[in-house]
Design a protein around this ligand. Structure first.
Ligand SMILES: Cc1ncc(C[n+]2csc(CCOP(=O)(O)OP(=O)(O)O)c2C)c(N)n1
Ligand SMILES: [Mg+2]
Length: 358
């Protein structure tokens, strides 16, 4: 006699899981995360090469932060406008963008500053992403300004949506800026608390300054306590811990419509940027190596299958580089284009989108 097929929720219960400490994730989710993490790493390493070989002028990015970024990106309520999540990023979030669905070639276009770059038309640094359809607010190199903008979009989320939230990301050193304090104040006004997830990816460095020489507080999230903002420190090098840490933090903001702080501890695997050489460091844990060891240990996947993921990522990124090298660069006469938005109420230059006299 044949057994009836299991119900869908039973299948979920039976799905094999990879365990990390007290938490676990289904193997399919782990493999999805692994693929994105590897793709992001290969992309960043290729961009470092481009910066060194003259195919680009500067590099900054996220090697070491892949686990946390992928865990976050896959759980975003993605879309345009206040009924969807807003993302105020900084310059280490390529893996998050890939997890949202950005094709890697878009990062390469920023690297090479081509006219085809949809994030800034070749005008901004690499990894300074912007995507209107996904509520990704344009990244600025001026650190921490994103924290003072985040309460604004969170206010719109609160007014217009039962569950959409705002997420703001930056580094540990940037929290010295007043903008970070403004974010804590504006997110936690009594009676006007905002659904904002305040994230500080702590890599222990601000360019060449060690964090331990700068922070009187034990943990950055401790600063939220004075404002009644709860928080959690998580292992940002562990994709499973990151997934659940992000899930719980999002859940808090989505359901309580109040702020939460998250401090993932991450590695910085290629130094600050091309300005400091971008050499691979040897003394910090590598999230991809750790994850692969855990996956193989689980017995649910062969090392050769993981190796194949690397091979496919290399082939895909190489093809994308070849493509980008054929694409046009911006022209000198385009310099004023899109400097200002067109304005129907501009009495002086209504039809001139640059806002400038000719
Ligand atoms: C307002 C401002 N001050 C200084 C800088 C120069 N700067 C760029 S990145 C950086 C360090 C940022 O460190 P952190 O916030 O920890 O982020 P990480 O780069 O470590 O991810 C500094 C000081 C800047 N870009 N903007
Ligand atoms: Mg830092």
């Amino acid at each position: 006699m044949s057994m009836p097929p299991p119900a869908e929720d039973e299948v979920a219960l039976l799905a094999p899981e990879v365990v990390s400490g007290a938490e676990a994730l289904p193997i399919d989710r782990c493999l999805e995360m692994h693929r994105l993490m590897v793709r992001a790493r290969v992309l960043e390493e290729r961009m470092i090469k481009m910066s060194k070989s003259g195919q680009g002028y500067f590099w900054i990015g996220g090697p070491g932060e892949e686990a946390f970024n992928v865990a976050l990106g896959l759980q975003v309520k993605k879309g345009q406008g206040p009924t969807f999540d807003y993302l105020h990023l900084h310059y280490r979030n390529s893996a998050l963008m890939l997890a949202l669905g950005m094709p890697p070639i878009e990062a390469l276009r920023m690297m090479l500053m081509t006219a085809t770059d949809t994030h800034s038309r070749g005008r901004n640094f690499p990894s300074h992403f912007s995507n209107k359809a996904w509520n990704v607010i344009p990244v600025t190199s001026v650190i921490e300004v994103q924290y003072v903008m985040a309460p604004g979009t969170a206010l719109m989320n609160k007014r217009r949506s039962p569950d959409a939230i705002t997420m703001v990301l930056g580094g540990d050193a940037g929290t010295a800026e007043g903008d970070f304090a403004s974010c804590l104040v504006w997110s936690s006004r009594p009676g006007n608390e905002l659904p904002v997830l305040i994230i500080v990816t702590n890599n222990g460095w601000g360019i060449s300054t060690p964090a331990c020489t700068q922070h009187g507080e034990k943990r950055v999230i401790d600063r939220g306590k004075a404002f009644g903002i709860p928080g959690a420190v998580i292992d940002g090098n562990d994709p499973i811990a990151s997934w659940h840490g992000v899930r719980r933090a999002m859940e808090h903001c989505r359901t309580k419509r109040r702020p939460f702080m998250l401090e993932p501890l991450v590695s910085r695997l290629n130094g600050h940027s091309s300005s400091s050489g971008a050499l691979r460091v040897k003394d910090e844990p590598d999230t991809i190596e750790l994850f692969e060891a855990r996956l193989v240990e689980s017995g649910l996947v062969e090392a050769s299958a993981l190796e194949q993921v690397h091979d496919e990522a290399h082939a895909e990124i190489e093809a994308a580089v070849e493509q980008v090298l054929t694409e046009p660069l911006p022209k000198a006469e385009d310099v004023e284009l899109f400097t200002y938005a067109p304005s129907e109420v501009d009495a002086v230059y209504p039809g001139d989108y640059t806002g400038l006299p000719r």
